[in-house]
Design a protein around this ligand. Structure first.
Ligand code: IDP
Ligand code: MG
Length: 137
């Protein structure tokens, strides 16, 4: 089985959409391996989003992801789970995301786009290790 890492971001928790989002992943055929409501601290947020360090939106991104609790998930499926999740999420900007996707159905703002999903097998491994070190084998 193949695993990936997902964050239901603070906007999803605030809006009461965590159940809806997890429901979509489960209906697709993915299984929960781990799940936890947790406020991400600033140091962890900066490590998680290190690829964006130096970009003009980096400070706002770190403030947003740390502003309240997120629901962190590890999901498992038969193959390319990171890609399955990214397809269900929709494109980064919810305004342009296709109907039927999480972002396309539930969001409008680029800065409040509800979910994070690892964008490669390497990212899935790195992010799982960062947020759920005990799961990392
Ligand atoms: P992703 O979440 O679809 O993988 P990334 O490019 O990794 O998108 O960007 C991380 C997050 O940063 C996005 O989900 C979005 O909320 C935010 N973001 C990306 N580009 C911009 C931008 O140009 N302005 C403001 N926020 C942005
Ligand atoms: Mg990304």
């Amino acid at each position: 089985m193949d695993r990936t890492f997902v964050i239901c971001k603070p906007d999803a928790v605030e809006r009461g959409l965590v159940g809806e989002i997890i429901d979509r992943f489960e209906r697709k055929g993915l299984s929960l391996v781990a799940g936890e409501l947790r406020a991400i601290d600033e140091a962890t947020a900066r490590r998680h989003y290190a690829e964006h360090d130096g970009k003009p939106f980096f400070a706002d991104l770190v403030s947003f992801i740390t502003r309240g609790p997120s629901f962190l998930l590890v999901l498992e499926g038969p193959e390319e789970t990171w890609k399955v999740v990214r397809t269900l999420m929709g494109t980064t900007n919810p305004r342009e995301a296709a109907p039927g996707t999480i972002r396309g159905d539930l969001g409008i703002l680029l800065t409040e786009n509800l979910v994070h999903g690892s964008d490669s097998p390497e990212a899935a491994e790195r992010e799982t290790a960062l947020f759920f070190p005990a799961l990392h084998v």
